[in-house]
Design a protein around this ligand. Sequence first.
Ligand code: LLP
Length: 383
Amino acid sequence: MFSADTLTRFNTIKTPFYYYNLDVLGQTLKQASTSAGKYNYHVHYALKANSNDKVLELMNHYGFGADCVSGGEVQRAVDCNFSSNKIVFAGVGKSDDEINLALANNIFCFNVESVAELKVLNELAVAANKTARIALRINPNVNANTHKYITTGLEENKFGINVWELDGVLNLLNNLSSLEFIGLHFHIGSQITDLSVFKNLCLRVNELNQHLASKRITPKIINVGGGLGINYHEPDSQAIPDFEAYFGLFNQFLEVQPGQEVHFELGRALVAQCGSLITKVLYIKNGIKTNFAIVDAGMNNLIRPALYQAYHKIENLTNLNAAVEKYDVVGPICESSDCFGKAVALPPTVRGHLIAIRSAGAYGEVMASDYNLKPRAEAVYSV
Ligand code: LLP
């Protein structure tokens, strides 16, 4: 929902652009930090969802840490003043340069995904005369019931160390003198809306935690990752995800040992609903089944519909009358998959109308490219 003043402002800005409502973002962060705070949970924001400075500034303001998956993200977190003891670094393919950058910045923890990586990290830490704190990313083989491209916690996925490897890895750690084992890390997928999936994760984590306890090992950190989904169909009435239910569920089902801290890595749930991609209709073209509304934003600006068949709500911001016609809303890129929505119900729509593609604050701008040498969409913020 956009105020009349905002719509007037939109008419003065070159399209396409990303619009971020910082009120919605602030309210979301406040709610998330209050709900997590009830249980002393620590939340690291997954920068991969949106790494704009203004977003990071607010994350920092509300006390979130930074969950990074590249040297670029670690550097961005440092530049945006996240304290190094709140920066974690995950990813299956950390390069030597990236590891050295993170070591130089004394980050809180490396989430390590393979034996091969453990050995390289140890060598680089020895050379840098540092001790690297590590959490082992365990693949818990829990099905996230989400799109196959964003499922990460199954044995067939490239992520994490398999459960049956854990004991061997713990033995190996005894010989890697520059690594300090501090935690277990899990992440099973993204856009998870069925909370029972997280209950399954908790039960699996409990088993592993107990297994370690039986060996007198108590990792200080249990990091359960991110993945909480949002309601793409109702960006206004459900702008803020149900953080109470989410954190409450972990409190109910996760059994932690005395002294253990629970960490999360939320991305999408914190930022998706504050952002929209605003685009302008260039042409209306009659099709055989429906008309095409050809807009000036393309899959280079927002790739989620093309890549994951993702649904984003589409609204006409210029004609606010009832939706009585159907359009395939498509971009200008030379690919048939450059389509934001098929048979979208809209009011009569003509050249020059502004269109909002909603819930685009997460994995929107960050996944943009200049394919077809089309320009990137600028970021515009609420004032
Ligand atoms: N932690 C790890 C280790 C991750 O791999 C991810 C996301 C997160 C945390 C944050 O997950 P979130 O809370 O945002 O679900 N581009 C896709 C989503 C890819 C997610 C990758 N990993 C999309 O547009 O749906």
